[in-house]
Design a protein around this ligand. Structure first.
Ligand SMILES: Nc1nc2c(ncn2[C@@H]2O[C@H](COP(=O)(O)OP(=O)(O)OP(=O)(O)O)[C@@H](O)[C@H]2O)c(=O)[nH]1
Ligand SMILES: [Mg+2]
Length: 321
């Protein structure tokens, strides 16, 4: 059913994979395994940028272009940092992607963010695989550029772009976190009305800065472009750049190399999660951890002492095994 592109089934499979119930985990793992041979046929694009940079608006316009002009099926995985507390923001994103959310060849899925600030997580990678099996040609992952999110999304996409607002200048935080070294395209957004000239100047500055970067093994050098989602300018050019990237990196094989390396990262995450689940579900330990959490809340024990006691229990369990 997923293979035939049924969106309701696709949603269901993703929800099941996100569930923390062991039976759902097992079942969804089985489904994912069966689908694996049908995955990998999309171009995976990460879109990052600070809150309000215009990511969702861009995705709506860009996705529409892909749908209408290039006849692509587009899936959007939006990692919503506030979805835990505020369900309203998911709705907000859907309305911002007003066009896309009404198209039958588009699929929009907000991912609950169970990890850190705005981060993508394991579920995002697996949701992407489900979407590929359902026949989506382009996967767009929207992630808020704070904290670790660029590094995480970088381990699951082929192409990473960052949206920056005109006048945002050289984002100091981004420089500190080495974001510019990870991205394939810097897109200066909102290059409209009175911002047009400034956007061009900023673009040139970035091009000059990027020229100083060392050559990458992938053979791709990061680009800087301008766009306006409101005026629908520079959108086609983004797709052109991505196509150029795909051509170059497929020809020199770095496209596959990166995906292979990403599979290793996925494997490590799965192993780490399984180990964690396995250990935590040892009933004695689970009870002890819950107990300590209460005690920490009541200030009856400090975190270090509590964690040391857990390590002792772990040692005991492993000697018994
Ligand atoms: N002038 C102008 N405004 C824009 C453009 N793109 C987006 N905006 C506006 O910028 C605001 C934020 O846009 P969003 O698309 O929600 O930004 P976002 O990066 O998805 O924000 P978060 O999801 O909160 O991180 C909205 O009010 C948009 O209308 C543009 O190209 N030009
Ligand atoms: Mg958004």
């Amino acid at each position: 059913m997923i293979l035939s592109g049924d969106r309701a089934m696709l949603s269901k499979a993703i929800t099941m994979r996100e569930s923390s119930l062991p039976e759902h985990k097992l079942q969804s793992e089985k489904i994912l395994k069966l689908l694996l041979k049908h995955t990998g046929n999309s171009i995976r694009i990460g879109i990052t940028g600070i809150p309000g940079a215009g990511k969702s608006t861009f995705i709506d316009v860009f996705g529409s272009l892909l749908l209408e002009k290039f006849y692509k099926k587009v899936a959007v995985l939006a990692v919503d940092p506030s979805s835990q507390e505020n369900h309203g923001s998911i709705l907000g994103d859907k309305t911002r992607m007003e066009f896309l959310s009404r198209q039958k060849n588009a699929f929009i899925r907000p991912s609950p963010n169970k990890t850190i600030l705005g981060g993508v997580n394991q579920h995002t990678r697996e949701s992407m695989l489900f979407c590929e099996a359902a026949g989506y040609d382009v996967i767009l992952i929207e992630t808020v550029g704070v904290g670790q999110s660029e590094s995480e999304v970088h381990t699951m996409v082929d192409f990473l772009m960052m949206l920056q607002i005109v006048g945002g200048g050289d984002d100091l935080q981004a420089i500190k976190r080495g974001v510019y070294e990870k991205i394939d395209l810097l897109l200066i957004n909102k290059a409209d009305q009175k911002n047009k000239i400034e956007a061009e100047i900023e673009k040139e500055n970035f091009i000059n800065n990027f020229a100083l970067f060392p050559r990458r093994d992938s053979g791709w050098h990061p680009k800087a472009q301008t766009c306006s989602s409101i005026e629908k300018k520079g959108i086609n050019e983004v797709w052109k750049t991505i196509m150029e990237f795909e051509k170059i990196t497929r020809e020199n094989n770095s496209f596959y190399k990166k995906r292979k390396a990403q599979n290793l990262i996925w494997f490590r995450h799965l192993v780490a999660n399984n180990i964690q689940d396995f250990i935590i579900n040892q009933s004695d330990l689970k009870i002890e951890i819950e107990g300590f959490q209460e005690q920490i809340k009541n200030e009856e024990i400090n975190s270090i002492d509590a964690s040391e006691r857990i390590t002792k229990t772990l040692r005991k369990i492993f000697k018994q095994l």
